[in-house]
Design a protein around this ligand. Structure first.
Ligand SMILES: NC(=O)c1ccc[n+]([C@@H]2O[C@H](COP(=O)([O-])OP(=O)(O)OC[C@H]3O[C@@H](n4cnc5c(N)ncnc54)[C@H](OP(=O)(O)O)[C@@H]3O)[C@@H](O)[C@H]2O)c1
Length: 275
């Protein structure tokens, strides 16, 4: 269903790669936008033609045309291509635009500098499960704006959960927890699988057990938000039982400390890359 905020609006995409296509597909499948409302430009004709065939959206042969035609612009290039795409057309952006940057690591300060005529600038950080419509997206706005917040939530909620982040430091923490977090969770799932295989369970089954256990724990926690994770553990782990034996050992070995150090290292790397 179209959020009224997007009614009669055109949404432009500069860059039509993996993330842009995941967003376009989510918007069309959910009925959030009609294909006539989506206008796309990219670096190569080949990519544009493919996107036109796949989604039936409007394509344009220059980024500037997208900016001229649309009220909402999503810049969906890789960070290293961002300035090459936006700098030559920076003066085409004006106060009438809401500009959303998906470029990982490019902070609001840099976006404000380059898009000097724009007030509504939003940086969105998405994680890879957007591809499975189970993404986690965080956004941070250059200026508090109820309109920008509604636009972002309407555009991105078909791909998963969307939350507002207060400042760039919290955005780095979000990046570690949600984006790098997917890598960390997969690493843990590999340990699960390897250990199960050691007891003769087939690779395929061990993989399925690991996946289903993580999904199941997540779903239970989601369905019982009144309980903290620890309170849920207390409900399922009986004293001196099997789960308690494993948890005691994890706590004795200070697994939390090891993970906190890993998170901090990733956080520091994100802050350094953003400079
Ligand atoms: N993929 C994901 O699941 C994912 C998840 C979270 C965050 N992100 C972030 O999202 C951003 C985009 O990632 P992606 O995976 O979608 O990248 P991608 O697949 O490489 O797509 C980038 C797109 O930008 C286009 N482009 C490059 N230079 C351009 C220019 N000067 N003018 C117009 N278009 C230009 C490319 O065009 P051509 O193909 O025509 O050369 C391509 O269509 C990155 O910052 C990434 O970190 C991605």
């Amino acid at each position: 269903m179209t959020d009224l905020i997007l009614k009669q609006k055109k949404v432009g995409f500069i860059g039509a790669g993996n993330l842009a296509q995941a967003i376009i597909s989510g918007l069309l499948e959910s009925g959030t936008l009609q294909k006539e409302q989506i206008v796309v430009s990219s670096r190569t004709d080949k990519r544009l033609k493919r996107v036109e065939e796949k989604f039936g959206v409007q394509i344009r042969d220059a980024n500037e045309k997208v900016v001229d035609e649309c009220q909402i612009i999503v810049v969906a290039t890789k960070p290293q291509d961002f300035f090459e795409a936006v700098e030559p057309i920076a003066t085409s952006f004006g106060p009438e635009h809401t500009v959303i940057s998906l470029a990982a690591g490019i902070q609001l300060m840099s976006l404000r500098k380059i898009l000097f005529e724009c007030e509504n600038i939003v940086r969105v950080m998405a994680n890879v499960p957007v591809k499975a419509k189970a993404g986690m997206m965080g956004y941070i706005m250059a200026k508090d704006s109820v309109t920008s917040a509604r636009v972002v939530e309407a555009l991105f909620s078909p791909l998963g959960k969307v939350i507002e982040i207060e400042d760039e430091e919290a955005m780095s923490a979000f990046t570690v927890g949600a984006a790098s977090g997917v890598g960390f969770a997969l690493e843990l799932m590999q340990y699960w699988q390897d250990w199960l295989e050691g007891y003769g369970i087939s690779k395929q089954d061990a993989r399925a057990i690991a996946i289903q256990t993580f999904i199941g724990a997540g779903k239970l926690a989601e369905d019982n938000i009144q309980l903290s994770f620890y309170e849920y553990i207390d409900l399922i782990a009986s004293k001196k039982g099997v789960t308690s034996a494993g948890l005691e050992s994890m706590r004795e070995m200070d697994l939390e400390r090891a993970l906190r150090i890993a998170f901090e290292k990733a956080y520091i790397r994100d802050r350094d890359l953003g400079k």
